[in-house]
Design a protein around this ligand. Structure first.
Ligand code: AMP
Length: 291
């Protein structure tokens, strides 16, 4: 066993792969099913919904906390990304998670680290276009976390829909045995998707922010009612800007599974958008089904 001290509830914290594997091995040897919830911390109710979903399926839940430098571009918010491990641990303890795995950068990317996991196709466009290198960083760290934990199941938010598709693909392609599950987006009462980055918003920006979801919802309703795709996407973009967003990076209609671009709504689809309020980028997406 390892020396991890119990914290709030029965939550323990470990920081090395060896300690993580020892814990998981003991649980699985005892016939327990283990769920994994990867996060970058600054935990909110969206993250906790992943924990709750994992608890429904599994006997033990491991949450990972690692702000992954490889998925941030040089001009992005890695340095100022919100970090508060003790607050996160308290939330996880109260939620009944079993283990927090919080490695440091040296543990994840030791001397001589030279491997990158690259998923092609699904990473074209949208976040992949706006954030070059982002998905290689995500795919590399998620492949590592899945290999390190060897969990039965792993849980990711639909909030980051393109990321979820990339993770499903890499787990399949690399024969990773952990089952990947997508969990619906948790929202504020006014529709804003919960995000650690919402903490960056000023009061005025926070009032504008739900317009992203409203723009998508209006577009989803129009498309479901038979409206033409391109004019609907253009109208959504205009509505989001009119509400006060500073820029729209994209509003797109994609196949719900392959993420292929759609010019007509003929199969289950997803509307995905990213827009900026000042320096803060917000993402959202909604399901749209053909009539
Ligand atoms: P992050 O800490 O932002 O990397 O997110 C960790 C996990 O939580 C990812 O799988 C996200 O998709 C998921 N997540 C983030 N926000 C939400 C939300 N509002 N609802 C559900 N899942 C979320």
């Amino acid at each position: 066993m390892d020396s991890a001290a119990p914290l709030a509830g029965s939550l323990a914290i470990v920081r090395t792969v060896a300690e993580l594997r020892a814990r998981v091995r003991i649980w699985r040897a005892g016939g327990e099913r283990v769920g994994l919830v990867p996060t970058m911390g600054a935990l909110h109710d969206g993250h906790l919904s992943l924990v709750a979903r994992a608890q429904e399926d599994c006997d033990r839940v491991v949450v990972t906390l690692f702000v992954n430098p490889k998925q941030f571009g040089p001009n992005e918010d890695f340095a100022r990304y919100p970090r508060d491990e003790s607050a996160d641990a308290a939330k996880l303890g109260a939620a009944g998670a079993d283990l927090l795995y919080a490695p440091d950068v040296a543990m994840m990317y030791g001397d001589g680290f030279a491997t990158t996991v690259t998923v092609v196709g699904l990473t074209d466009g949208m976040e992949g276009a706006v954030r070059p290198g982002h998905f290689a960083g995500v795919a590399t760290v998620v492949a590592k976390l899945l290999n390190q934990a060897g969990a039965d199941d792993a849980y990711f938010g639909e909030k980051d829909y393109q990321q979820l598709a990339v993770i499903r693909r890499l787990a399949d392609d690399l024969d990773i045995a952990t089952r990947i599950h997508g969990v619906p987006t948790v929202r504020e009462a006014d529709g804003l998707a919960l995000s650690s980055r919402n903490a960056y918003l000023t009061n005025d920006q926070r009032k504008i922010a739900p317009a992203l979801q409203r723009g998508l919802a209006a577009a989803a309703a129009a498309l479901a009612g038979g409206a033409a795709v391109q004019s609907t996407l253009d109208a959504a973009c205009a509505a989001i800007l009119k509400a006060g967003f500073d820029a729209v990076d994209y509003v797109e209609l994609r196949d719900a599974y392959t993420l292929a671009s759609l010019s007509t709504l003929t199969r289950p689809a997803r509307l995905l958008a990213a827009a900026r309020l000042g320096k803060t980028r917000l993402l959202d997406n909604l399901a749209v089904d053909p009539r």
